[in-house]
Design a protein around this ligand. Structure first.
Ligand SMILES: CC(C)(COP(=O)(O)OP(=O)(O)OC[C@H]1O[C@@H](n2cnc3c(N)ncnc32)[C@H](O)[C@@H]1OP(=O)(O)O)[C@@H](O)C(=O)NCCC(=O)NCCS
Length: 373
């Protein structure tokens, strides 16, 4: 039996002044600013400020938040020691969820839920999550951890901590745009999960740990990794169209397509498509973009489904040399800014989130004592 409102489709469950998604026009707005405008004229650090406050920062405000973030990047040494105990084969999203939970134990603000303490915790977590992703990746490869570099932006430092080499300007710009695009998305599943968790007056670390778990599934942030695995399986751009038609005939779900809210182009995919094309050409690997483009055409023709944020980010990250199982952690490293903004907004006018279900089980049964069952 399909319950009324199953999946809460189109159900408005609260108000928010952080982010607006218009599924008909394909618009994404952070606090009044169109995502294309932000991509063209701002950086991830400016967007973090925008999401946590009500407007873009002045130069002084930007310098302030930038230095707070840079000063907070290092991980407590017991956390690094425990990371070394994790199996090297652990899925990086599982590792990230575990590390974030652990970081909560070492945060000097503890379970203080005042807005000031929650903001300080948000700074630490937004600064430390990229370090945790980079460190886990280095540890599992048996390499030395690359310490964060205070001279680098969030985007440059992320790439530096993964590879141990200073990235070029184009790679930094690409990573910065990816961080801006993934920073927030209204009441998506992981953000909702964070809001449900903080609404019990737990704390930011509980909320972000829950959100990471929610993001990891292939119907949400985990789709970007599945997209790249699919492209590798297709292998040859000339085989792409038939491969997709065959998969659709078997009623398979094609990762990176469809969206609960967008019924037109996802504006993030529009930006990422161009990035994927240009990165592919620069890297001398244009086939992944071309294959993706062909798949997109078939999906539109056959299913009237558009590519979502996860489709072109896959081929873009791949030609940047980012390991496939880090695509979803990178999504989380950006979205932590949005999750934190929502946690602070929820705390400012909190009420427990507790919906109802329609009971469909049996009624009027009597307990038969265990010996007689
Ligand atoms: C995002 C997503 C979960 C939204 O799901 P939803 O709003 O619940 O939509 P539904 O699952 O009810 O799908 C509606 C119809 O479209 C089809 N559909 C949706 N996405 C599809 C996809 N990616 N591939 C093939 N068919 C798809 C469904 O099979 C269903 O068809 P039916 O009515 O004939 O059974 C869904 O589009 C999906 O699974 N996409 C792939 C995973 C993905 O890329 N996730 C990242 C989202 S940003």
């Amino acid at each position: 039996m399909v319950a009324p409102n199953q999946g809460l489709e189109d159900i408005v469950v609260g108000t928010s002044s952080i982010c607006d998604v218009n599924g008909k026009t394909g618009q994404l707005i952070y606090r009044g600013y169109d995502i294309h405008d932000l991509v063209a004229h701002s950086t991830f650090e400016e967007v973090v400020y925008l999401l946590w406050h009500e407007d873009l920062p002045t130069q002084a405000q930007l310098s302030q938040i930038d230095s707070e973030l840079k000063a907070s990047r290092s991980l407590p040494s017991p956390v690094v020691a425990m990371m070394k105990q994790l199996p090297k084969t652990a899925n990086p999203m599982d590792a990230l969820r575990t590390i974030v939970s652990l970081l909560g134990v070492y945060d000097p603000d503890g379970r203080d839920n005042s807005i000031e303490a929650t903001r300080r915790k948000a700074v630490r977590l937004t600064a430390q999550m990229p370090t945790a992703i980079g460190a886990f990746h280095r540890i599992r490869q048996g390499k030395e951890i690359v310490e964060p570099d205070r001279n680098l932006s969030a985007a440059a430092n992320m790439l530096y901590m993964l590879n141990g080499e200073k990235p070029d300007e184009y790679a930094v710009r690409t990573m910065d745009v990816a961080l801006v695009l993934h920073a927030d998305h209204e009441f998506n599943a992981s953000t909702f999960s964070a809001r449900v968790t903080i609404a019990t007056l737990s704390d930011l670390y509980d909320a972000i740990t829950a959100a990471i778990g929610t993001l990891s599934g292939p119907l949400h942030g985990g789709a970007n990794e599945q997209v790249m695995r699919m492209l590798l399986q297709v292998g040859d751009e000339d085989k792409a169209e038939q491969w997709i038609r065959d998969a659709l005939a078997k009623r398979e779900r094609i990762m990176g397509f469809g969206h609960r809210v967008y019924k037109t182009d996802d504006p993030r995919a529009v930006e990422l498509k161009e990035m994927s094309r240009e990165l592919g050409e620069r890297a001398g690997q244009p086939q992944w973009f071309r294959m993706s483009d062909r798949i997109q055409r078939v999906m539109l023709e056959e299913k009237h489904l558009y590519a979502n944020v996860d489709f072109y980010s896959a081929s873009a990250y791949y030609v940047m040399g980012i390991p496939i199982d880090l695509y979803t952690p990178l999504f989380a490293a950006s979205r932590v800014s949005g999750w934190s903004a929502h946690v602070m907004e929820q705390l400012e006018s909190n009420r427990l989130i507790r919906p109802r279900s329609e009971y469909t089980g049996p009624t009027d049964k009597k307990v038969v004592p265990i010996g007689q069952r």
